[in-house]
Ligand binder design. Structure first.
Ligand code: NAG
Ligand code: NAG
Ligand code: NAG
Ligand code: NAG
Ligand code: NAG
Ligand code: NAG
Ligand code: NAG
Length: 406
């Protein structure tokens, strides 16, 4: 009798543990994948796809608590890009709300403003050398607000792809007072103060990154999880062209006057300073427990794996995610490099529990979900995998509290 009851309870809990992942791809679609866990055995299946962010979906920002998804179309084949919004149906499919033309090449977006009041989204435009903002109205609708277009100051480009400013990401500081924009073309992290009443933004003194380093993505870290002006705050910058992570301590100037940065450390993205090699870091994320930093690495294929087709002896190359421990002093400790079972992991995300990592391998067209040991931070086996049409540009977990948008 009790055994029978146990079997029913575990069947129910297995049925309940399905999570949606949202995937953008240059095929033009945003695909919903259902990740189901049946007693530790996972499956990953496409349940719907939506073409309304097409033709070049590059980035997804999830507002999980309001069930709204923002998708950026980079517009690789047109002079402009666009932003599309969706609400999320109970079965994980998307309901399209709005598609509006933007400045060329939006590749990252961050929501800011009063969580209970007026909110906005800031977009970084890679090919359009711009930052733009939109006010969010209700139900996923939005209206154009401000835009800022940048030019290179002399003496001009240092490295390839530094012909013009190329803002690659927009992030919010932990206090919600500033937007930071790593600019790959200009070797700057641009800093904007947010007017707390209107959400208008104004430029402050930027952080200068090393010449030719190519800032791409960055993350803030408060070691004590406090987020006020007086608390210890670090910024970790992933440089795409130099393949490093640079940590800075951050201090807040009075009266929302800007931020000051002091470099703490610079480490090789692959964790092997002595072995310089071609590598292009992409996504950066903190684990949900605030103890580890993860970075995805492209174009270096530091792993060679057995062919998944056991009848084929040809080994296959794989790119990687590196994990570093975080410390109270802002220094990183190398923990692990681990294969993503694919090429060019442009983006990855962690689930709310931190025990799964999903990697979007752009050039091999697959999404791979890997087990992660929360205690040690070590990534492990593949638990599920899905082939995606076209080049995959991002993957996010549809859960409140997940670490999305690396
Ligand atoms: C669940 O998995 C465990 C460990 O693999 C196994 O011992 C158990 O029999 C499985 N239970 C069911 C209902 O499949
Ligand atoms: C889901 O995908 C797995 C492979 O990952 C496959 O074995 C299974 O049949 C699929 N389930 C459905 C409902 O399509
Ligand atoms: C959304 O708008 C952009 C820019 O105007 C356009 O290129 C794109 O085709 C639109 N997407 C769809 C699916 O209509
Ligand atoms: C999911 O829900 C939407 C809205 O209720 C519905 O239109 C759609 O057919 C459903 N899809 C599936 C696969 O059940
Ligand atoms: C389309 O792109 C052009 C050139 O970058 C820009 O001037 C214009 O403002 C863009 N349109 C919109 C609606 O953002
Ligand atoms: C990848 O490496 C090759 C050299 O092997 C280089 O030409 C190319 O620009 C690199 N791509 C990226 C995205 O870093
Ligand atoms: C064996 O695997 C390699 C690498 O994935 C692939 O290029 C090749 O086509 C495969 N050969 C066969 C016969 O499937």
């Amino acid at each position: 009798m009790s055994g029978f009851r146990f079997a029913i309870i575990s069947a129910l809990s297995a049925a309940a543990s399905a999570t949606n992942l949202f995937v953008s791809s240059y095929s033009g679609d945003v695909t919903t994948l259902a990740l189901s866990d049946s007693n530790g055995t996972y499956s990953l299946n496409a349940t719907s796809s939506d073409p309304n962010c097409g033709p070049s979906p590059a980035w997804l920002t999830l507002d999980a608590s309001r069930g709204t998804l923002y998708c950026l179309n980079e517009g690789l084949t047109s002079p402009n890009g666009s932003m599309s919004t969706f609400t999320i149906n109970r079965n994980g499919s998307l309901k399209h709300v709005q598609n509006s033309t933007t400045i060329s090449g939006p590749v990252s977006g961050v929501i800011y403003g009063d969580p209970a009041g007026d909110r906005s989204i800031a977009l970084a435009h890679y090919s359009g050398s711009s930052l733009s903002t939109y006010s969010l109205t209700s139900g996923g609708r939005f209206e154009e607000d401000e835009s800022f277009t940048f030019e290179l100051s002399q003496p001009g480009p240092v490295a390839d792809r530094q012909d013009a400013p190329h803002p690659h990401e927009a992030i919010l500081d932990p206090t919600g007072q500033y937007i930071l924009v790593p600019d790959l073309g200009a070797d700057l992290i641009r800093v904007y103060a947010i007017d707390q009443k209107t959400n208008a933004i104004s430029e402050k003194t930027p952080l200068e990154a090393p010449a030719g380093s190519g800032p791409r993505h960055a993350k803030f870290h408060n070691p004590y999880k406090t987020a006020d002006e007086g608390s210890t705050t670090y910024l970790y910058l992933a440089t795409e062209l130099a393949s490093t992570i640079i940590s800075y301590s951050v201090s807040y100037l009075p009266n929302a006057g800007g931020l000051e940065f002091t470099q703490v450390q610079e480490v090789n993205a692959l964790g092997q300073l002595s072995h310089a090699r071609i590598n292009a870091p992409a996504g950066i994320a903190l684990s949900p427990d605030n103890r580890f930093l993860l970075l995805s690495n492209r174009n270096s294929s530091i792993f060679t794996l057995p062919n998944p087709d056991s009848s084929n002896n040809t080994a296959v190359p794989s790119d990687s995610i590196t994990t570093f421990s975080l410390s109270e002093s802002g220094e990183l400790g190398f923990v692990q490099a681990w294969p993503t079972h694919g090429l060019f992991p442009r983006h990855f995300s962690l689930n709310t529990a931190g025990n799964l990592v999903a990697a979007a391998n752009q050039n091999s067209g697959n999404v791979v979900v890997l087990r992660r040991d929360v205690a040690t931070g070590l990534i492990g086996d593949v638990v599920a995998e899905a082939e995606i049409e076209g080049q995959v540009t991002s993957v996010i977990f549809g859960e409140i509290g997940a670490v999305n948008g690396a």
